[in-house]
Design a protein around this ligand. Structure first.
Ligand code: FBP
Length: 302
């Protein structure tokens, strides 16, 4: 244990020992183990975006064995994926790499109007596969958001009872939300707060942009600095119970190395706890993907 990890876990003091133990496992694992920072490799894009959009840029990624190997070689804190990918590799990696089972997923074959992921696996599956946490996506703003909030209430409670923490991917979308609104700083902060209030142990949101989406929030933001990404990250961290809940930020669609690293520097400067980096890692060649993950971790290590 380290002071940084002790400090974070003290904020979860009301939790069961099993949940705290698994959070500790995630925080103590890999290159960033003990620093209080996390880099997680998520590979649910095959389900969410389709196989070719996800894996054609680096065909090695079609193989479920590719991703946990990349995560282990580069020292990621954990690996998150839907049931099929986890079932294909758990016998080899459970106990060697913290696994996070994404228990709901949605496809992008048709515009759902009001998005709502399907439950695709269970807490029992996570236990059976030796996972360290479950993952769940909510879509605040969707007409079906209340259904998702109620589903996750039950799942968090089931997962907690067997000692598993919950990571919530919180993406505002649906309703009359615009594309620009989905990443507006007020919307990201609100989505992060909702995930914390629902009981997420780790929250995952997209990096916020310098846009205020809700007219009702505009005045409240007059004195909140949001001009730089660092400032916006700081505000999102504050919105997660004044930094008492772990909040990490996603990488987004593949982009240039300089842009990824600049974003990571600002997440670090704003007090973010780390990143979930999917496409930017596995869509590069094996060497380049591993190099980028190592560079990202070096920044978080300070
Ligand atoms: P990326 O780094 O590839 O963006 O992955 C992070 C993630 O949260 C994935 O888990 C998820 O599939 C994806 O983003 C969703 O992205 P989008 O909202 O663009 O569909």
């Amino acid at each position: 244990m380290t002071e940084a990890v002790d400090r974070i876990l003290a904020n979860y003091a009301g939790e069961t020992p099993g949940v705290i133990g698994n959070l500790r496992r995630l925080l103590m694992h890999g290159t960033l183990g003990g620093t209080g920072k996390l880099v997680i490799l998520p590979v649910d894009q095959g389900f969410e975006h389709g196989p070719a959009r996800s894996f054609a840029p680096n065909p090695e990624g079609y193989d479920p064995g590719y991703h946990p190997k990349l995560a282990v070689e580069t020292g990621c804190n954990g690996y998150a994926a839907p049931l099929g990918f986890i079932e294909a590799i758990a016998h080899e990696y459970a106990g060697q790499l913290p696994l996070i089972l994404k228990v709901n997923n949605s496809d992008s074959l048709a515009d759902p109007g009001e998005p709502c992921s399907a439950l695709t696996s269970s807490v029992e599956d996570a236990l059976r596969l030796g996972c360290s946490a479950i993952g769940f996506t909510i879509y605040p703003g969707s007409g079906l958001r209340n259904e998702m909030y109620q589903q996750i209430r039950d799942l968090i409670s089931d997962a907690r009872s067997v000692g598993l923490p919950t990571v919530i991917w919180s993406y505002a979308r649906g309703g009359d939300m615009t594309k620009e609104g989905e990443t507006a700083v007020d919307v990201i902060a609100y989505a992060a707060q909702i995930a914390c209030q629902i009981g997420a142990h780790i929250v995952k949101v997209k990096p916020p942009t310098d846009v205020i989406y809700q007219d009702a929030a505009r005045r409240s933001y007059e004195n909140i600095p949001t001009g730089t990404l660092t400032e916006r990250i700081r505000h999102v961290v504050q919105s997660c119970f004044a930094g008492k809940r772990i909040v990490i930020f996603s990488g987004g669609a593949a982009k240039g190395t300089d842009a990824v690293l600049q974003e990571v520097r600002e997440i670090q400067a704003g007090g973010g706890f780390g990143a979930i980096v999917g496409r930017n890692a596995f869509q590069r060649s094996p060497e380049d993907g591993a190099k980028l993950l190592r560079e990202i971790m070096a920044i978080y290590k300070g």
